[in-house]
Design a protein around this ligand. Structure first.
Ligand code: G3I
Length: 380
């Protein structure tokens, strides 16, 4: 394995020139967009060197009200993920009310800057509209799911290249086959995942790659090992059934309290996924700190080390197509919302590439460095 090196620290974020910032903010005419930013090495440019993409989860309000943040997203990202806007509960709160404004504005932002969108997420037990929770138990309840797919998938055809078709279906404690007892499992049985993939393929064609997205796959402890085993069992069952599964999303929400990642264990798991002809995307990378009382420089160094520990084996795997962080700046991290550990902490949780002032941190450096020295990805 080539992980000892990693090359020199990439240094501070090269400053965007005024032209690049205006370009990225969409403040210059389309004619200028033809020439991409020239004077900076952005995370997307580093990712493209190995045939990959870099992206971040965002909310439209953050882009609309914060030009500096908007410029950073447009400069560094080749893909954006709607953090909230494409969840069923957010889009269809009642059977006849469709709230696509937020997702549409993100798709428009992406199209104007040649960014793609990562479709998050079609089926997730934590975002099922109340009316749908009961409707799916009615006779022909699957039609409710299929109609949701029918309004969501074609709307973003061409803009959305990846769909998290089923989010977090694994829960070893819940079900004999290690599947979480979601409303969909209860209504349709274990076969709901195959049906979801087939419905999504029928509506999205081959243009959109279909993923199962999951958390808790990264650490060497018994909990994550059970989740990795159950996921591979699910993948094998889906492959036997001929389900159109294109890949797996590893959310990669890291927690410093869980200790080190065993790079060999993680690399072996990635190889098992790749051997099943699956693409791999890191879909929600961020780091939850463990000791907020340390000096900030030490906190940031620990976060950067955790990111490097994850990404060295990840970016040594050709089946990995891209890395998406769950936010780009601590200024908008979900972990600093009420009820989360970083809420109210001095400066909040520092678990993203840029700090709240949009300055790069060791997280950014670790990301840039591992992208710079990544093994080429397999052709998409
Ligand atoms: O905007 C309202 C605000 O007006 C209101 O005062 C406040 C009351 O708590 O709620 C705010 O909405 C919150 C929203 O985030 C925006 O901040 C919702 O309550 C809260 O549930 C929502 O949480 C999101 C969560 O998914 C549930 O959708 C997080 O931001 C988002 O980061 C998180 O993302 C998930 C992925 O989708 C799946 N993987 C795990 C990841 C983290 O949980």
């Amino acid at each position: 394995m080539r992980w000892g090196g990693g090359g020199p620290r990439s240094g501070a974020l090269p400053q965007l020139t005024r032209r690049d910032a205006l370009l990225a903010a969409g403040a210059l005419p389309f004619s200028c967009l033809a020439q991409p930013p020239t004077s900076t090495t952005t995370l997307q440019q580093l990712a493209r060197r190995s045939g990959r993409f870099f992206g971040a989860a965002v909310q439209p309000e953050q882009l609309a009200r914060d030009p500096a943040f908007r410029a950073a997203v447009a400069a560094h990202c080749g893909v954006i993920t709607p953090e909230l806007a494409l969840k069923w509960g957010a889009v269809q709160p009642t059977p006849r009310r469709l709230a696509f404004d937020a997702a549409d504005s993100l798709a428009h932002f992406g199209r104007r800057r040649f960014l793609k969108m990562h479709g998050h997420t079609l089926l997730w037990h934590r975002s099922v509209p109340d009316w749908a929770r009961s409707a799916i138990h009615e006779p022909n309840g699957w039609e409710v799911v299929r109609r949701w797919f029918e309004i969501a998938i074609p709307r973003f055809k061409g803009t959305t290249i990846w769909w998290d078709v089923v989010n977090e279906p694994i829960e070893p404690q819940d079900h004999a086959q290690g599947l979480r007892r979601t409303p969909f499992l209860q209504a349709f049985g274990a076969d709901y995942i195959r049906r979801a993939l087939e419905s999504a393929r029928a509506l999205g064609g081959d243009g959109a790659k279909l993923l199962i997205n999951e958390y808790g796959l990264e650490y060497p402890d018994a909990e994550d090992e059970a989740r990795r085993r159950q996921l591979l069992h699910l993948v094998d069952a889906l492959k036997r059934a001929g389900a159109p599964l294109d890949g797996i999303g590893l959310q990669a929400h890291l927690r410093l309290s869980r200790g080190n990642i065993d790079q060999e264990v993680l690399a072996a798991f990635l190889r098992e996924l790749a051997s099943r002809d699956l693409a791999i995307v890191i879909t929600e990378l961020d780091v939850r700190e463990a000791d907020y009382g340390l000096p900030v420089a030490q906190r940031d160094a620990r976060v950067g080390d955790a990111v490097r520990q994850l990404l060295q084996p990840v970016l040594d795997e050709p089946a990995v197509r891209g890395v998406i962080t769950w936010g780009l700046s601590d200024r908008y991290s979900w972990m600093n919302h009420e009820g989360e550990s970083g809420f109210g902490v001095r400066g909040g949780n520092r678990g993203l590439p840029l700090d709240a002032q949009l300055a790069p941190k060791p997280f950014f450096d670790a990301l840039a460095e591992t992208l710079r020295y990544a093994r080429p990805a397999v052709a998409a």
